[in-house]
Design a protein around this ligand. Structure first.
Ligand code: GDP
Length: 449
């Protein structure tokens, strides 16, 4: 969806290579590309306008540090502002649901048909049961599709939560109130209400869900939206936002081809945080939304997590465990690890499968259907790392001008290439920092299992 953005940015980075700093003129040129790409990707115009204005303001005040070209520096600004647009400033708090109410805390799910509402109810019930030790009841107010009620029952049973049966002859408001009554009597902490979606925006549907909202006064009203759809996501977000006081968004199907264009607009239009993302059809496929990671994905900077997960499938388990142990004990992902990752990657028979997940610069190298070029770039990176001492690999901060010169000579490359490689590594390292929590361990477990 936003492939164009990646390509356009890569192009600008390339054409700006000869320039020493960010100026009005070269920034304007780059921003034009960004603007076009976002519009092509169906991002809503007001969101694009606001975004471009912010990036411009930040870019002109940006100090271009010596290791970056102006183009790379601008991409950095775009990355940070993209993340901010999607709510990076909210941090972890954004994915916390509000339970500050007399139990049961009611969560109302809203969204069009097929976006993943029912699936998300199941995932959320599992998440609340396992991570928050909540007693959860679910109910379906979708009286139009008996299959929808059965589907909710099935996912609810799968995750071990309680299900309140409803019938297609009942009225949605009555169903919701009866479930609330039941939840109170049986001391449920949370009641999740699934609602009927339609294929498109429909006044009757809006009235119905608004009536349910008025009747039960949910503490969370979550708008579920499919990351794969473009302008439709914008329109439905607007309609639901107008009809209901939304408190958060669940962005589903992020495991698909989508680059997440919807994330850009829905946050802007509704003004509410994206709290969770759906990353598989399975019940454990729900994650706290990570705006910064999404920005990287949109920019094609490489979904390092995916890259690492892929590499680990082919990695011998002891090496993977060593890395996991190191991260767990607060260790830093260093160039030795990076080196190991690269050599693992080489073992994996061909770059093509991995290409999508690689940083934009490397994708760019391979763009002209020139896989050999990309392989060559990886080999050069490896050559640079090999020219370092183990101490330098463990403490890249030590690598100052004279060491850089020695490394460049040793690897037979220009000093700028060493700089680029180090900048890229820093990006990767900051991604890895986020893994230090449970992420890495979880990944390892799923790998072994
Ligand atoms: P609803 O009509 O909004 O209740 O949508 P459903 O929950 O029935 O989901 C519609 C389809 O999307 C189903 O096939 C789900 O398995 C699938 N789905 C839901 N969430 C995700 C997700 O995060 N990733 C993927 N790949 N599929 C999903």
């Amino acid at each position: 969806m936003l492939d164009n953005l990646t390509q356009r940015l890569a192009k600008v980075v390339k054409t700006m290579r000869g320039e020493a700093r960010l100026t009005e003129t070269n920034t304007a040129e780059m921003l034009r590309e960004v603007r076009l790409a976002l519009l092509e990707a169906d991002v809503a115009l007001p969101a694009v306008r606001e975004f471009i204005a912010k990036v411009k303001e930040k870019a002109l005040g940006e100090d271009v540090i010596s290791s970056l070209t102006p183009g790379q520096a601008l991409v950095g600004v775009v990355q940070r502002e993209l993340a901010a647009l999607m709510g990076a400033d909210l941090g972890a708090a954004a994915s916390q649901l509000n339970f500050a109410t007399q139990p049961p805390a009611i969560i109302l799910m809203a969204g069009l048909q097929g976006v993943g509402k029912t699936t998300s109810v199941g995932k959320l019930a599992k998440f609340l049961r396992e991570n928050h030790k909540k007693k959860v009841l679910t109910v379906s107010a979708d009286v139009y599709r008996p299959a929808a009620i059965a589907q909710l029952q099935s996912v609810t049973e799968q995750v071990g939560a309680d299900f309140f049966p409803s019938h297609s002859t009942d009225k949605p408001v009555d169903i919701a109130l009866a479930a609330l009554d039941f939840a109170k009597k049986h001391h449920h902490d949370v009641l999740i209400i699934d609602t009927a979606g339609r294929l498109g925006i429909d006044a009757a549907m809006m009235e119905e869900i608004a009536a349910v909202h008025t009747a039960v006064k949910p503490i969370e009203t979550l708008f579920v939206v499919d990351a794969m759809v473009g302008q439709d996501a914008v329109n439905s977000a607007r309609a639901f936002h107008d009809a209901l006081p939304l408190t958060g968004i669940i962005l589903t199907k992020l495991d698909g081809d989508s680059r997440g264009g919807a994330a850009l607009s829905v946050r802007h239009i509704t003004g509410v945080p994206i709290k969770f993302s759906g990353v598989s059809e399975k019940m454990d496929g729900l994650e706290a939304f990570d705006a910064s990671r999404m920005a990287n994905r949109i920019l094609g900077m490489g979904d390092i997590l995916a890259l690492v997960a892929e590499a680990q499938k082919n990695m011998d388990v002891s090496a993977a465990q060593d890395l996991a142990q190191k991260m767990k004990s607060g260790g830093k992902f260093d160039l030795n690890d990076f080196k190991a990752q690269i050599s693992q990657m080489k073992k994996m028979g061909g770059l093509s499968g991995l290409l999508d997940k690689l940083p934009a610069q490397m994708q760019q190298a391979a763009a002209g259907a020139n896989m050999g070029m990309a392989e060559k770039q990886v080999r050069r990176m490896e050559g640079i790392i090999n020219a370092m001492t183990p101490l330098e690999r463990a403490k890249p901060d030590l690598i100052k001008a004279s060491r850089k010169r020695r490394i460049a000579t040793g690897a037979g490359v220009q000093i700028q290439e060493v700089n680029r490689m180090l900048a890229q590594f820093e990006q990767m390292q900051s991604m890895m920092k986020k893994l230090k929590g449970g992420g890495m361990m979880k990944m390892m477990r799923s790998m072994k299992g």
